[in-house]
Design a protein around this ligand. Structure first.
Ligand code: FIX
Ligand code: ZN
Length: 440
């Protein structure tokens, strides 16, 4: 069976089966293990209002994607932003459920995601209120619930985003790092301020005891390297990461002092430490922060970024491994072409506003055509644990459709398409390419 030629009508079901059976390594999420504290009411009775481990129906419904969407329906003139953010989580969820799920049809991808998640958990989403769902979630034990979500979504490894300049998160890492260890979760050292706002990063590093000054000098560079090395060890980080605006340029404009400080940190601190530890550096490029700041986490949008800057980095730092995703649809083709030129560039995911069926389909098709199977098609970016269920269910379905078309095209040439090949490719796409890139 493994090596038998599949008939045309057997291809799609075989691809769907292989992708469903393949355990996933999710390489970029904003999820945390329960040891980071959970604000969600649960059977253990232990809650932590500033905890980072988010799960459950109120978190699902108040996802920042849905906050943005409810403001299209009930504008700020009717419900001022400050008033919304002063409401409790449950009140916010009730407001969103009423306006997006009861009084309108929940067609958008973010709305549909809540419905898929509830369905896969065995809940009927046809409810006028959130209350019946709350009862189900209040009975869960967070750690066991994580196992259940991972089983339903077939995610075997969750990669966190650990913002070292975030005071809440940093305090938790310093308190008891051993207590944070959880084999289901792996850490990523996220360092945005170091590249985007050197002045404030330097101030913090200096307060924390590193010999870093506002003017960059040799000692400061060595101390910033020490800071990264110590935190890589502390978190056991598997890569370092940054999210960059569309305006990011390498090399920076000589008149842009902030950009030049970021360039020095990139060239002299971040990339050398990554190379020395053989860790990838992830660049997520194209996020324009705070377009409507009153929307808080929902305030950001995207913009077209500069591919030449990326190819400059790939060329000048051949000993660095770069994991890259770009937010603009307009950047996707040139990003694929760049990946053909540089073996140290691994492209991943359909990020944020691209994580919609129509765009995933177009992007994956283009990637298969330009790169074969040598890329990482998706990551979830889940902020709420339960979102693993829908983000992966929806993406898997599209990847299967596109991949099956490609096998059918091969079958047309007389090539023998087999289950063995399909399973090998499913492993590469959902787990192997990332694992091999880390190990390379
Ligand atoms: O920078 C990032 O990692 C982004 O993914 C997030 O900041 C963003 O808010 C998000 O949740 C996108 O899906
Ligand atoms: Zn993210």
């Amino acid at each position: 069976m493994e090596t038998e030629r599949l008939q045309r009508d057997q291809i799609l079901p075989a691809v769907q089966r292989a992708l469903a059976a393949q355990p996933i390594t999710d390489l970029h999420t904003h999820l945390y293990s329960p040891a980071f504290g959970t604000p969600v009411a649960n059977v253990t009775g232990k809650t932590d209002p500033t905890g980072l481990c988010l799960w459950g129906v109120d978190e699902l419904i108040t996802y920042h994607y849905l906050i943005a969407e409810v403001y299209r329906v009930v504008p700020a003139k009717v419900l001022p932003y400050e008033q919304f953010f002063r409401m409790t989580k449950a009140q916010q969820a009730d407001h969103i459920w009423k306006h997006l799920f009861v009084e309108r049809t929940p067609i958008s991808e973010a709305c549909r995601g809540v419905l898929t998640t509830l369905q896969k958990l065995g809940l009927d989403s046809n409810e006028k209120s959130v209350e019946p769902f709350r009862k189900f979630f209040a009975q869960q034990n967070p750690s066991k619930y994580i196992d259940r979500v991972m089983e339903i979504s077939n995610v075997k490894s969750i990669t966190m985003t650990n913002a070292v300049f975030d005071d809440n998160e940093r305090a938790r890492w310093l308190k008891d790092p051993a207590a944070l260890a959880d084999p289901r979760f792996r850490a990523v050292l996220r360092i945005d301020p170091l590249l985007l706002d050197y002045a404030s990063a330097a101030k913090k590093m200096s307060e924390w005891g590193y010999g870093v000054s506002p003017e960059i000098n040799d000692r400061g560079i060595e101390e910033a390297r020490r800071f990264l090395r110590e935190w890589i060890d502390h978190q056991k980080a598997i890569y370092l990461a940054v999210s960059l605006p569309p305006e990011f340029r390498y090399p920076a404009d000589p008149t842009d002092a902030v950009g030049r400080a970021g360039q020095t940190m990139l060239e002299k601190v971040v990339l050398p430490v990554c190379a020395e530890r053989n860790l990838p550096f992830a660049m997520m490029i194209g996020s324009r922060r705070g377009v409507n700041p009153a929307l808080q986490d929902a305030a950001d949008m995207g913009g077209k970024a500069d591919i030449v800057s990326l190819t400059n980095i790939c060329r000048q730092f051949p000993n660095n491994k770069l994991l890259v995703t770009m937010l603009a649809r307009e950047n996707q083709h040139e990003l694929c072409v760049a990946a053909r030129k540089f073996g140290n560039l691994m492209i991943f995911g359909c990020w944020w506003f691209l994580n919609n069926p129509s765009l995933i389909e177009e992007i994956e098709r283009m990637r298969f055509e330009l790169l074969g199977t040598s890329f990482i098609p998706q990551h979830s970016d889940a902020r709420v644990l339960d979102q693993l269920i829908y983000k992966w269910e929806h993406s898997r379905r599209i990847i299967a459709k596109v991949l099956a078309e490609k096998y059918a095209d091969l079958a047309d040439t007389g090539w023998r398409v087999t289950v063995g090949q399909i399973e090998r490719d499913a492993r590469l796409l959902l787990e192997g390419n990332f694992a091999e890139f880390l190990a390379r």
